[in-house]
Design a protein around this ligand. Structure first.
Ligand code: NAD
Length: 440
């Protein structure tokens, strides 16, 4: 034990046996299987009772809905949507809604489980849920998206509500999507219910600071990790995969801290400049052209090469399974800060830990979004309006405390960051489940 205790903090004890079971390459990329493996590791660390393990690794409720939508050409297209509530022991379900052609039920189940652990790791009184629609939002007009969203809202209406389950934006959904859901719900119940969704426009009860919250929370956690690893954020090199809400805002906020953004990317590819890229110019260029590719003053790089380039901080901010067995040995970053959900597979996680690369796990690193969603919900329920300073002071306090809870669990259980964060989260949900008891 003494040798283990002397290992550098924020890395996995060398020589520790693998905690990842033997799985097929197909399972390795199934997000729900991954979420269950991550849970099993934490359950093992905590020596949870087998019955309780079964309860916590299974979603509580799964709703699948058909969404007949009139397209602009007059034809009707039927999309499929899901809402999954993974666990609501600690409070109402909470989680975003994703629009993407590759949405699957297993993906939504995984994202819902990660929400359960995320709300628990930052200790806000919510459970975990998630929604998704299999659709191609880039090929849909605004009015088609509105009709599909309103139909989805009416179909999931029986299971959502400010005390039941509170959706929010995720990939390819935004504050406008939330406004349509809030309006549809309010029309159906006959009065205005701002607290049914978060991530709304400010004019209808959105919170100041929500748009930046995921990235802001990530920056607070990265700052703490840099202190522990003795890396100066000033001048640190950063590569970011995915230049949407989370990625572009992280680029801007990290640049504000004088970090040097040396690569950025989106679905069409990436750009790089070792002397630094101005995120504001990249945001403006993407607004005009729909991509960062081709922006002046930077050369092209592929998404794959971006992930393995030499940098201090790598921020995956797009989709799942981008750091896998295939490229984990080639990652050269010192810190991987997971803005995206599920970017690293369990085997890749172990490789990074063995190589001394610190992974700041998604359930902690991107929990700023759900934390400020909680603030938004509190303000809606109580009729309060906080200014952005108040939001950010509260956010920082919660993120820093959650980071140190994770650090303490690493020291206590001698496990890498994800298993430590998961053990904090699973421990909290297990305690809530046990004290409530089993119904009936
Ligand atoms: P977004 O739709 O605003 O942006 C996604 C970005 O990723 C876009 O720039 C897109 O071009 C890029 N992208 C998509 N597929 C890609 C690929 N294969 N390669 C490279 N880039 C690709 O979405 P977002 O809200 O920023 O979410 C991004 C990730 O962060 C998701 O995993 C999401 O679950 C997670 N997240 C978001 C929030 C939030 O508040 N927005 C909170 C927590 C977690």
């Amino acid at each position: 034990m003494a040798t283990v205790a002397k290992q550098p903090v924020l890395t996995r004890p060398t020589g520790a046996p693998s905690m990842v079971p033997r799985i097929t390459p197909r399972e390795e990329l199934n997000p729900f299987r991954i979420a269950q493996i991550q849970f099993d590791i934490a359950a093992e660390v905590l020596k949870l009772d087998p019955g309780l393990r079964q309860v916590l690794r299974t979603p509580k409720r799964i709703l699948e809905v058909s969404l007949p939508t009139k397209m602009d050409n007059g034809q009707v297209k039927v999309m499929t949507g899901f809402r999954v509530q993974h666990n609501i022991s600690r409070g109402p379900g909470k989680g975003g809604i994703r629009y993407h052609p590759n949405v699957t039920l297993d993906e939504v189940k995984a994202l819902a489980a990660w929400m359960t652990w995320k709300t628990a790791v930052v200790n806000v009184p919510f459970g975990g849920a998630k929604g998704g629609i299999i659709c191609d939002p880039k090929r849909m007009s605004k009015s088609e998206l509105e009709r599909m969203t309103r139909r989805f809202a009416s179909e999931i209406l029986p299971v959502i509500g400010p005390d039941q389950d509170i959706p929010a934006p995720d990939v390819y959904t935004d504050s406008q999507t939330m406004a349509w859901i809030m309006d549809t719900y309010s029309m159906m119940v006959g009065h205005t219910v701002p607290g049914v969704v978060t991530g709304k426009p400010i004019s209808i009860g959105g919170s100041l600071g929500r748009a930046e919250a995921t990235a802001q929370g990530l920056v607070y956690v990265v700052e703490e990790a840099c202190k522990v690893k003795k890396i100066s954020l000033r001048g640190a090199t950063v590569a970011i995969q995915g230049f949407g809400n989370a990625g572009a805002t992280a680029a801007r906020l990290l640049a504000d801290k004088k970090a040097k953004i040396i690569a950025l990317s989106d679905t069409r590819g990436g750009v790089t400049n070792s002397r630094g890229i101005d995120p504001i110019k990249a945001i403006r260029y993407k607004e005009r052209s729909g991509t960062v590719v081709g922006m002046p003053g930077a050369s092209r790089i592929s998404n794959d090469d971006l992930l393995t380039m030499k940098c201090d901080i790598l921020v995956p901010a797009a989709l799942e399974n981008v750091i896998t067995l295939q490229n984990a040995e080639a990652i050269k970053a010192r810190i991987v800060a997971e803005a995206a959900n599920g970017p690293t597979t369990p085997h890749a996680d172990e490789i990074l830990a063995r190589r001394g690369i610190t992974v700041l796990p998604d359930i902690l690193a991107n929990a700023g979004g759900v934390t400020v969603s909680y603030f938004e919900w509190v303000q809606n329920q109580e009729g309060l309006l906080w200014d952005s300073d108040e939001v950010n002071v509260r956010l920082q306090k919660i993120m820093v405390r959650a980071f140190h809870d994770m650090l303490e669990a690493m020291r206590k259980h001698h496990v890498p960051p994800r298993a430590a964060a998961m053990s904090v989260a699973v421990g909290r949900v297990a305690e809530a489940t046990l004290v409530r008891g089993l119904f009936p």
